[in-house]
Structures are given as structure tokens and as C-alpha cells.
Ligand binder design. Structure first.
Ligand SMILES: CC(C)(COP(=O)(O)OP(=O)(O)OC[C@H]1O[C@@H](n2cnc3c(N)ncnc32)[C@H](O)[C@@H]1OP(=O)(O)O)[C@@H](O)C(=O)NCCC(=O)NCCS
Length: 279
């Protein structure tokens, strides 16, 4: 019999071992971070006393996000994955979210469709080495007094306030955040989580049709992280940005589909995900 429990610190080792089987490169601190962000929204599935799967979630108010859904291989195709996904939908619905989003590997789309998620758009995950280059526009590094404006700008496009996540990223002094500002108005921003020699770019949100600004934001991050291994997940239709990156050896690794459980009020914009597990 399967049953679900809230994830606790004793489960982090299992979560890392299980996600290692798919090469997701997590460490225990990543699950600690997810649990701090959403203490009641991360779950472990058991059969008898054996841990067999996990899922995480985050509640942003109007929107919630489902991530890290994985079941031990020998227990698949017995309803375990669907049970974990439904657990997250029930949890986020109890918190009054209007919809739940996720990024699905292309071959897993039919699984999520059976649960009720609908395809929204294609994203591509890129990886490569950051390189230095000239930045055209005047960009500024975000200061403490900019944080509120960044959160408001982000929530206008995302359709919900990601304050708790964005502030947690900004609190870590290793991370980076740049803004493009014109006449006191934000036109776009980028954040980057920086680790030892590697960095995950995102979120990036920028006014639609201003890929020049988005490219400059990416350049400003690359200039700070020259020869770091960088990765990020961007809308596949952003041809100008993808061409700029490909010419410089940043390659597409795989594609994912953004899916939502119910319709969403996301606004058209240039968008790099914060992460696959949190939107
Ligand atoms: C995706 C995953 C969690 C599904 O778990 P699972 O326990 O096998 O799923 P379930 O048994 O609950 O499947 C529910 C339904 O979806 C179907 N299904 C499951 N995996 C599917 C797949 N890859 N493609 C199409 N349908 C699938 C099942 O046949 C079942 O259909 P039914 O209700 O008609 O019988 C599991 O395959 C997994 O851990 N994969 C590796 C990690 C991963 O890719 N996670 C998703 C990240 S986006």
C-alpha cells in the first residue's frame, strides 16, 4: 500500500540518491531550501516502510509550482507518480492557488495530461561556458532598495508574487542580480544562483520584444562569471537570444514543456525560468 508523508530532513539523503538516478545534480541543501520555502508542500511516498518517490511544490499565491517528481524505477506504472502529483495539486488547492505549473520532459507530457495538465509552451535547457563580451546598454547591479520594485515587476509578468523565492535568492551574497532601467522604470532583470564554478541563470524577465535588453542582461552575468559552467531554461521561441548563445558555444541540451493545471494569467515577456522545479 502506498502512502504519502511530508518530507523531513531525514528524507533528504534518499531524495538526493533518487534524483541522482536521473542526473539532476542535487545536494541535500537543495531539498533543505525547498523545505524552507514550502515547509508543508514537499512529500515522500512510501510502500510499507520503504521510501519510493518524492515531489516538491511551492505556493506563490495565485500560482503554485510542482517539481522534482520522481518514483523509484521498479515501482513505476503502479499509480505512484499520479498519487504524488495529485498530493501536490490537493495541497496547493487547499492554499487557494488558481493554477499549478510545471516543466515536463517531452516524453512525460502524456503522464501529466492524464492528470489534467495542459501544454502551454516549449522551453529549452542550455548549458555551456560563460564568456566575457561588451555590454551595450547601461545596466545596474541591484541594490537592497531595488528589491521591492523587482518583486513587483516580476509579479506583473508572472501573475503571482514570487517575493519569498526572489528575496531568498537575493539574500545569498554569492548570487547576482542585474537590472535594465529607463527613466526610473525597470525594463528587465536577471538573477543568477552562483555555486562553486557553476551557476544557474534565472529568473530573467524582460519586456516582450526587447531581446536586446535580455541579451545585455545575460552578457552582464557572463562578464562576472567568465568560464563558469552556466545553465538555464529559456522559452524556445526566443530565436535572437538562442542564436547569440549558440554562436558562442552555449548549446541546447534538452527540451521541456511548460504545462498548467488550469488557465493562467502569465503576460507575454522574455522569460528564463528560475529553475525547473520552481517555475
Ligand atoms: C514520471 C513518473 C514520476 C511517473 O510515475 P509512475 O509511478 O510510473 O506513474 P503512474 O503509474 O502513476 O502513471 C499514471 C498514468 O500515466 C501513465 N504513464 C506513466 N508514465 C508515463 C509515460 N512516461 N508516458 C506516458 N504515460 C505514462 C501510466 O501508464 C498511467 O496511466 P493509466 O492511469 O491509464 O494507467 C516516473 O516515470 C518517473 O519517476 N520518471 C523519472 C523521473 C521523471 O522523469 N520525472 C518527471 C519530471 S518532468
Amino acid at each position: 500500500m502506498f502512502y504519502v508523508k511530508k518530507m523531513s530532513p531525514e528524507d533528504f539523503k534518499f531524495a538526493v540518491r533518487l534524483t541522482d538516478t536521473k542526473g539532476w545534480k542535487f545536494i541535500e541543501e537543495d531539498f533543505q531550501f525547498m523545505k524552507e520555502l514550502e515547509p508543508e508542500g514537499c512529500f515522500v511516498l512510501f510502500e510499507d516502510s520503504e521510501r519510493i518517490g518524492i515531489v516538491t511544490s511551492i505556493n506563490f499565491g495565485e500560482i503554485g509550482w510542482l517539481g522534482n517528481l520522481i518514483v523509484k524505477e521498479k515501482y513505476r506504472r503502479r499509480g505512484a507518480g499520479a498519487m504524488l502529483a495529485r498530493q501536490v495539486i490537493a495541497y496547493l488547492t487547499s492554499k487557494n492557488v488558481e493554477t499549478v505549473g510545471l516543466y515536463a520532459y517531452m516524453d512525460i507530457i502524456p503522464f501529466y495530461e492524464k492528470i489534467g495538465f495542459k501544454y502551454d509552451s516549449d522551453f529549452t535547457v542550455l548549458e555551456g561556458k560563460a564568456f566575457a563580451s561588451q555590454v551595450g546598454t547601461n545596466l545596474i547591479e541591484a541594490r537592497r532598495e531595488d528589491y521591492q520594485k523587482i518583486v513587483e515587476f516580476d509579479s506583473y509578468y508572472f501573475g503571482a508574487s514570487r517575493k519569498k523565492l526572489l528575496e531568498a535568492i537575493l539574500r545569498n551574497a554569492s548570487n547576482l542580480c542585474y537590472l535594465a532601467v529607463e527613466d526610473g522604470r525597470i525594463l528587465g532583470y536577471v538573477m543568477t544562483k552562483v555555486y562553486e564554478g557553476i551557476a544557474e541563470i534565472g529568473p530573467l524577465v524582460c519586456q516582450s520584444g526587447r531581446s536586446d535588453i535580455a541579451i545585455d542582461l545575460i552578457r552582464s552575468i557572463f562578464n562576472r562569471l567568465e568560464s563558469f559552467e552556466v545553465s538555464f531554461c529559456i522559452l524556445r521561441k526566443e530565436e535572437a537570444i538562442l542564436n547569440f548563445l549558440k554562436k558562442s558555444g552555449i548549446d541546447e541540451r534538452f527540451h521541456v514543456a511548460r504545462m498548467f493545471f488550469r488557465p493562467t494569467s502569465l503576460k507575454e515577456c522574455t522569460y528564463i525560468a528560475e529553475s525547473l522545479e520552481r517555475g
